[in-house]
Design a protein. Structure first.
Length: 269
């Protein structure tokens, strides 16, 4: 029996587990290894889709299916199979054409299985794809194949705030429209968020929801932080996460996830 038996730890990836220097701090790697060897279950919940997270699937000791695409997919990298996935309704293509007419500055990435399609890519788009090491096809919205697991709307923050308001006022019952950082606005099917997929994962693994701990840095992490026995966040988190009430630890680059494991080691001593 290990001290962490029955404990599930779920971490956001970018700017929580994985730093802006494009690496996982060694303290996090060591702490996660210690947690898993002690019987703990560790996984990641990321806005990244399968093709953009796959190169990092072995970066730490992940021993459970990974939550992808901001909560619209659950993929088991050890078994090489999709456990569960949701898709945007097909009407999303027409709705985004309407958004593009109303807000001409907007650009976005649409994820169709392992393919990425872009509309009106901008500096945010190229930076995002470059960080992930991915390529994308630029095609008209009406020619993008369906279904889409998610869309990432991309522009300056003030444009995205207008876009979010525009979409929620018209289709708030159809879509989740939530920021993953200041210049990335994530679009998934209504109910498909990190919190909902954490619930699904807990049921899938047959674990105790009272022994779930989550850590994340941005607005799209709040739905899963709400499921956490103690909601954790790195010091570099968005103000919305801090104001929401997460327990703020050290920064991502200082080893925030390692500090979470230290907290759990005290709880389950």
């Amino acid at each position: 029996m290990g001290k962490f038996d029955g404990v599930l730890l779920v971490s956001d990836f970018d700017d929580t587990l994985y730093g802006p220097d494009l690496r996982v701090p060694p303290a996090n790697v060591e702490a996660i290894d210690y947690f898993v060897k002690g019987g703990g279950t560790f996984t990641v919940a990321t806005g990244r889709a399968h093709p953009t997270f796959a190169p990092h699937a072995q970066c730490v000791a992940i021993n459970a299916p990974v939550i992808l695409s901001n909560g619209s997919a659950l993929y088991d990298f050890r078994a090489g199979r999709m456990v569960y996935e949701t898709f945007l309704p097909d009407r999303a293509r027409e709705d985004l054409q309407q958004v593009a007419r109303a807000i001409p500055e907007i650009g976005f990435e649409a994820y169709h299985h392992d393919d990425i399609y872009v509309y009106q890519p901008n500096a945010v788009t190229w930076n995002h794809l470059g960080r992930a090491g991915m390529e994308a096809a630029e095609v008209p919205i009406g020619q993008m194949p369906l279904p889409w697991s998610k869309v990432i709307l991309q522009q300056k923050n003030d444009v995205l705030l207008r876009t979010q308001q525009y979409m929620l006022e018209r289709w708030g019952d159809v879509y989740e429209v939530i920021f993953s950082n200041l210049v990335l606005l994530e679009l998934t099917r209504k109910g498909s968020n990190k919190g909902g997929m954490v619930d699904y994962l807990v049921r899938y693994l047959g674990m105790d929801p009272q022994k779930v701990y989550c850590v994340g840095d941005n607005q799209n992490d709040i739905p899963m932080l709400a499921r956490s026995a103690i909601p954790f966040a790195p010091a570099n988190c968005a103000p919305e996460v801090k104001d929401w009430g997460a327990r703020v630890l050290c920064s991502c680059q200082e080893g925030c996830v390692a500090q979470v494991v230290e907290e759990l080691a005290r709880i389950y001593a």
